[in-house]
Ligand binder design. Structure first.
Ligand SMILES: C[S@@+](CC[C@H](N)C(=O)[O-])C[C@H]1O[C@@H](n2cnc3c(N)ncnc32)[C@H](O)[C@@H]1O
Length: 288
């Protein structure tokens, strides 16, 4: 992971290792829908290097359905959005090729993204990387290095959403990291939020979400860790607001979020998020 590959050259050896390729149709639909509402301006931005900046689906899996579905959904907002699916397993890339088109690409690559130059000689750029159900299969100690590597490719103001879902995407949790711009551009990432997503089909229980924590949190559910305290607080909040259950799971979820905010957590309390089952815990801290 030490070699420095300029982002406009195709790296010789993809960094990382092939892991299980399990995926499913619409598994990441709620991730797309979240992004469309979280930062539509980033997805449709077209100034300067953003004009042709990719949406990258890193580790698309045994079949490219999540990449293709995202391309469809996100292009309803930005019809000219270039999408790049990256996989470290060559046979999975080969299987995806028939689905490539003028705006949709599938390439062999790893955490050192396989960026090239456009035919006019301009370097390819990236506005957002989604890495879902990828890092969970690595050691926790790899996470920091991977984040640093990915930061090399994302334009200032761009995002990394890195998380884990259940097999059908009914629940997920994700880190949302932003590439700083301006004076802070030398900092690789600002951790903007830890986001929890439920679609209410399996009820509402904060404990469910512990099972899909991203790699940097999953082994930290022990007393003394911030994530442990967070879940203890959310469970207490859910318990204290149980009366809302009678009104419906969405009302209960929203009331638990209000209660959690009252316990000192910085939670986005806008109805549009809570009603759709997204709890956004704002972190606002630098990741160096
Ligand atoms: C479990 S699948 C997830 C597929 C899809 N993202 C989803 O959530 O349904 C993980 C995929 O990531 C790929 N992968 C693992 N490490 C990678 C890396 N460093 N670069 C690119 N792909 C990687 C694996 O080969 C595997 O196909």
């Amino acid at each position: 992971m030490k070699s420095k590959v300029p982002p406009n050259r195709v790296p010789r050896k993809p960094e990382g290792q092939a892991t299980r390729g399990k995926t499913a149709h619409n598994r990441l639909r709620r991730v797309d829908n979240f992004l469309l509402q979280y930062d539509p301006a980033l997805l449709s931005r077209s100034d300067g290097l953003y004009a042709r900046a990719f949406y990258v689906d890193l580790g698309f899996g045994a079949e490219p359905m999540t990449t293709l579905e995202s391309a469809d959904r996100l292009r309803r907002l930005n019809p000219r959005l270039p999408v790049l699916g990256v996989e470290i397993a060559p046979e999975r890339v080969a299987k995806a090729q028939p689905y490539a088109d003028a705006l949709t690409f599938f390439r062999l690559g790893g955490f050192n993204l396989p960026l090239q130059k456009w035919p006019d000689g301009q370097p390819e750029t990236v506005r957002l990387i989604r890495a879902f159900n990828v890092l969970r299969q690595y050691e926790e100690s790899a996470v920091a290095q991977v984040y640093k590597r990915l930061a090399q490719y994302v334009l200032p103001g761009g995002l990394l959403i890195e998380g884990t879902s259940d097999p059908f995407g009914r629940i997920w949790a994700a880190n949302v990291l932003r590439r700083p711009s301006g004076q802070e551009a030398e900092i690789p990432w600002q951790a903007e939020a830890l986001v929890f997503s439920i679609n209410f089909r399996a009820g509402f229980d904060p404990g469910q979400l512990q099972t899909v924590l991203p790699k940097n949190y999953i082994h930290r559910m022990v007393p003394g860790e911030a994530i442990y305290d967070f879940f203890a607080a959310w469970k207490a909040a859910a318990q204290e607001t149980q009366a809302y259950k009678g009104w419906g799971l969405r009302q209960w979820f929203g009331a638990s979020a209000q209660n959690l905010a009252g316990r000192g957590y910085s939670i986005n309390l806008r109805r549009k998020w809570l009603w759709q089952g997204w709890l956004i815990w704002r972190l606002d801290r630098d990741i160096k």
